[in-house]
Design a protein around this ligand. Sequence first.
Ligand SMILES: [Zn+2]
Length: 305
Amino acid sequence: MEIRKQPGSVIRHEVSAEDLALINRLARASLTGDQVYTFAIRLCDNEVDRDWERFDERSLEKLSSLFVGKSGIFDHNWTAGGQTARLYKTEVCEEDGVTLAGDPCRYLKGYAYMLRNEKNQALIDEIEAGIKKEVSVGCSVQKRVCSICGEDHCGHQGGRRYEGKLCYFTLMQPTDAYEWSFVAVPAQRKAGVIKGFSADAGGLRRLLAGHPEYLEQWEAMEKEAELGRRYMTGLRKDLVRLAGMADESLDLRIFARAADRMEEAELKELTRVYRARVDAAYSPVTQLKPRCFTPQDDEDGAFRV
Ligand SMILES: [Zn+2]
């Protein structure tokens, strides 16, 4: 199945001698540091995403090797001009915190190079200025495994809870990485997410296929339900993040599990309490450093969206 994910972002990166050696091996040239422009991108991570899917660490490792040498795609204006950037190095990086699935946070970082020439300069400027920030990746995986039953195709719905346990799907055994691309309009968060398969909410949809008026209604309800699930996930994440900031000794994994079972009113009340604590502890410092659940800026002095 084909997968497209859009969690990524650009990170500033300076070229080193080691980088240059890798680039030259790939480019079959002997370029100097002045001739190339390099930057790093956050390709994907192991967090459960808005589609209730996640890569596990093993998948990230596999993707890491699959992405080396792969070219980036820009929007039409750029592609027509023949501008290209290519990944010359990738690595799976650790970051603070745990995912919704309870795993330590990991992300796949890619290092890309472009030739510094007139043709590429405008694009380089856009990357530097932070206009080109969001990245999506396309790859294919062999398996998609339900967190509830371990099956590939089942009746469970991502984002729902079954006896308190969150349902999400783990994307496993990547077989190919096609490309990565810059997403033109970061605000359209859903825009980059295109998939070659549909999760099997199929039964009901097939049943309703002969009744377009109901199908439409059902789809509208599904959409609303999905919004509701995302809203609750957002509340839970905020709470866990705040709790982590307010109380360094808290075991966030256990706390996150508790938060998973809370309803809206409880989440809001606890969030209020922890926010007050955080405000008291950190004021008047404006820059708070969350302990987890928010992707951290990279050590390269990064910016991300
Ligand atoms: Zn299942």
